[in-house]
Structures are given as structure tokens and as C-alpha cells.
Write a protein that binds this ligand. Structure first.
Ligand SMILES: NC(=O)C1=CN([C@@H]2O[C@H](COP(=O)(O)OP(=O)(O)OC[C@H]3O[C@@H](n4cnc5c(N)ncnc54)[C@H](O)[C@@H]3O)[C@@H](O)[C@H]2O)C=CC1
Ligand SMILES: O=C(O)CCC(=O)C(=O)O
Length: 333
């Protein structure tokens, strides 16, 4: 069996981590023959809760889990990690936009970028979940200059999963028969969920989603709005933000980054923008990517109509504004 790898989850005493840790420790992300040492980071007031999480992980009796390291010290948490799930941050409450969290959360990601730079492996794969995820990821990368920018990503996989589920329900097919739905831009209400390149298997035939769904207007209106506002809808219903689905999406994201995407299939990830599709450069923008040998590549050459271009411009502009605001907060520190 392989040597254990070290994986850190921040916000380890929180609600997303409560689902996420079990999935990682079961082998659903890094494989069923990859032993793990889990580093759990939270803040001092949560030490008691963290102890309970450690007890429960032990009580799960998971063969791949070789060691658990609970800590409030970033130097311990990030030491030699191969993968980092940066979940720890304040979640929004009803009536807030995700960017309202910016000034509180961005400082966490500055400090964690600095700690990653100092203590983590240089090939660490970093997934930022804590909101505003794209902007936190850009900040984290900025403060970790010794780690390639390509190693920082933000989670839009939950949006992709939500969009895929909407299309599967509308086309009346199992979720596994829908692929290549794209999330462009920011993990916010300006994101653009795009089904125009998605493919649905009906019977034994692959069809464009627009044909399988049979309702082009739906794909441009209520589909887009439902996905954009799904996080808020869950908060309104649960009085807490999405957790089980967020944990599942984090596993999907890291799983595909680690293991690669199937031929002809792409997934959406917030990654450093090179200006593809006229997105602003140097923000973390969600693109469709293909992954091989743990390296993502933005899918090129997809056609965009004026509707798509206008939506993508709005979300790109928001990301630039968020980045400027975040850097101002960091510089004021
Ligand atoms: N990108 C996405 O699709 C999604 C993002 N989120 C975001 O994930 C974040 C976490 O959500 P939940 O787990 O529901 O929140 P939660 O409040 O249940 O847990 C957050 C945990 O982070 C800890 N924490 C705070 N500051 C920390 C620091 N400096 N270092 C380490 N830990 C720290 C808290 O003590 C708490 O235990 C929120 O910002 C939420 O908005 C949630 C769902 C989806
Ligand atoms: O919507 C939020 O602010 C919290 C959780 C989240 O990001 C989501 O459910 O998409």
C-alpha cells in the first residue's frame, strides 16, 4: 500500500467538515488504497467540538485513516500537506450576499496563504470553499508566492452539481446521463450556469441538453436563476447554509483534480484566469476544465452567444471589484 499523504481540512469543527471528513477518510477522494493523515484546523473556541470530531473519526474505524492531528496552529495544520480543503470561514445568514463576508473572511485566507507558503508541500492542491470562495482563493494564492498559482482553486462544483440536477430532472433522466454543464465566473448570484454545451444521454443517444430538455427559454431563465439563488434558498429553508451538498461537491472537485476527468468530459473549477473567453486576467474565474496528471486545462474553443457573453462580463466585473476590495482589506492590515 502507498505511503500516507497529509490532508488538511480547515473549519474542521464546522458543519461542512462534519460531512466532508468522513467522505475523505473513507477514501472517496484520494482512492481506496491511499492511506491518510488528516490535519484538522479550527480556532481556539472550537477546541472542545474538535475533540468530539476526533472521537467520532476514531469511532468510524476507518482503515485508511492512519492518524488525526487536531490543532489550532496553522504551522502544524499546513505542515507537509499534499491537499488542503480551506473550509473554515464565516457563512452568510439570510438576506446577505456572499461578498458581504469579504472583509471578515479575506484575512483568514491571507494568513492561511502565508502558512501554506511556509509549511505545505510545493505541489499542494488547494481548494477554497469558504466564501467568497473565488476571491479568498486569489488572496490565498497571492500570499503563497512559492506555490504555483495553478495549485489554487475555488469551488463552483456545488453550482455545477445543482445545475446538472436541474437538467436531469427537466429531461427526466438519471443524473449520470447529463454531462458538461458549465459554471462560468464567480460562486455568487452573478455566476452564469450554461447548458448550451451540455449533453444528455436519452436512450442510447447523446443529445444536446437544449434538445433533450425541449425548452430553450427554461435554460435561459428559470434554470439560470434557480442555480444562482440555490444557496440562498437552502439558507431560507434550513436557516443554515448548504453543508451536505457542499461537502459532496468538495469531494467531487478534489477527486477529479487528483484522478483526472474522463475523455470528452469537463468539470467547472474556479482557477486563475489567463483571459480565456475574455474573462478578466488574474482573478479566480470558474471555467470548464479537463484534468490529466493532476493538471487542469481550460477547455478552449467553445462557442458563446451574445446572451452568454453578457452574463460572463457581469460576473467577471464582479470578480475584479471583489479582488480590488479584498486586496485593500489585506493591505490595510
Ligand atoms: N463554495 C461553496 O460552494 C460553498 C461555500 N460555503 C462556505 O463555506 C464556509 C464554511 O461553511 P460551514 O461549514 O457551513 O460553516 P460553519 O460556521 O459551520 O463552520 C465554519 C468553521 O470554520 C471555523 N473557522 C473560522 N475561522 C477559522 C480560521 N481562521 N481557521 C480555521 N477555522 C476557522 C469556525 O470556527 C467553524 O468551526 C462558509 O464561508 C460558507 O459560506 C458553504 C457552502 C458552499
Ligand atoms: O450561499 C451561501 O452563502 C452559503 C453556502 C453556499 O455558498 C452555497 O450554498 O452555494
Amino acid at each position: 500500500m502507498a505511503e500516507p499523504i497529509r490532508v488538511v481540512v480547515t473549519g474542521a469543527a464546522g458543519q461542512i467538515a462534519y460531512s466532508l471528513l468522513y467522505m475523505i477518510a473513507r477514501g472517496e477522494v484520494f482512492g481506496k488504497d491511499q492511506p491518510l493523515i488528516l490535519h484538522l484546523l479550527d480556532i481556539p473556541p472550537m477546541v472542545g467540538v474538535l475533540e468530539g470530531v476526533v472521537m467520532e473519526l476514531a469511532d468510524c474505524a476507518l482503515p485508511l485513516l492512519r492518524e488525526v492531528v487536531p490543532t489550532t496552529d496553522p504551522a502544524v495544520a499546513f505542515k507537509d500537506v499534499s491537499a488542503a480543503f480551506l473550509v473554515g470561514a464565516m457563512p452568510r445568514k439570510e438576506g446577505m450576499e456572499r461578498k458581504d463576508l469579504l472583509s471578515a473572511n479575506v484575512k483568514i485566507f491571507k494568513a492561511q496563504g502565508q502558512a501554506l507558503d511556509k509549511y505545505a508541500r510545493k505541489d499542494v492542491k488547494v481548494l477554497v470553499v469558504g466564501n467568497p470562495a473565488n476571491t479568498n482563493a486569489v488572496v490565498c494564492s497571492f500570499y503563497a508566492p512559492s506555490i504555483p498559482r495553478e495549485n489554487f482553486s475555488a469551488m463552483t462544483r456545488l453550482d455545477q452539481n445543482r445545475a446538472t440536477a436541474q437538467i436531469a430532472a427537466k429531461a427526466k433522466v438519471p443524473i449520470s446521463d447529463v454531462k458538461n454543464v458549465i459554471i462560468w465566473g464567480n460562486h455568487s448570484s452573478t455566476q452564469f450556469p450554461d447548458a448550451s454545451h451540455a449533453v444528455v444521454t436519452v436512450g442510447n443517444t447523446e443529445k444536446p441538453a437544449v434538445e433533450a430538455v425541449g425548452d430553450a427559454e427554461f435554460l435561459k431563465s428559470s434554470f439560470v436563476e434557480t442555480v444562482q439563488k440555490r444557496g440562498a434558498a437552502v439558507i431560507a429553508a434550513r436557516k443554515m447554509s448548504s453543508a451536505m451538498s457542499a461537502a459532496k461537491a468538495a469531494c467531487d472537485h478534489m477527486h477529479d483534480w487528483w484522478n483526472g476527468t474522463a475523455p470528452g468530459q469537463y468539470v467547472s473549477m474556479g482557477v486563475i484566469s489567463d483571459g480565456s473567453y475574455d474573462a478578466p486576467k488574474d482573478v479566480i474565474y470558474s471555467f470548464p476544465v479537463e484534468i490529466k496528471n493532476k493538471q487542469w486545462k481550460i477547455v478552449q474553443g467553445l462557442s458563446l452567444d451574445d446572451f452568454a457573453k453578457s452574463k460572463m462580463a457581469v460576473t467577471g466585473k464582479e470578480l475584479l471589484e471583489e479582488k480590488n476590495e479584498a486586496m485593500a482589506v489585506c493591505n490595510a492590515d
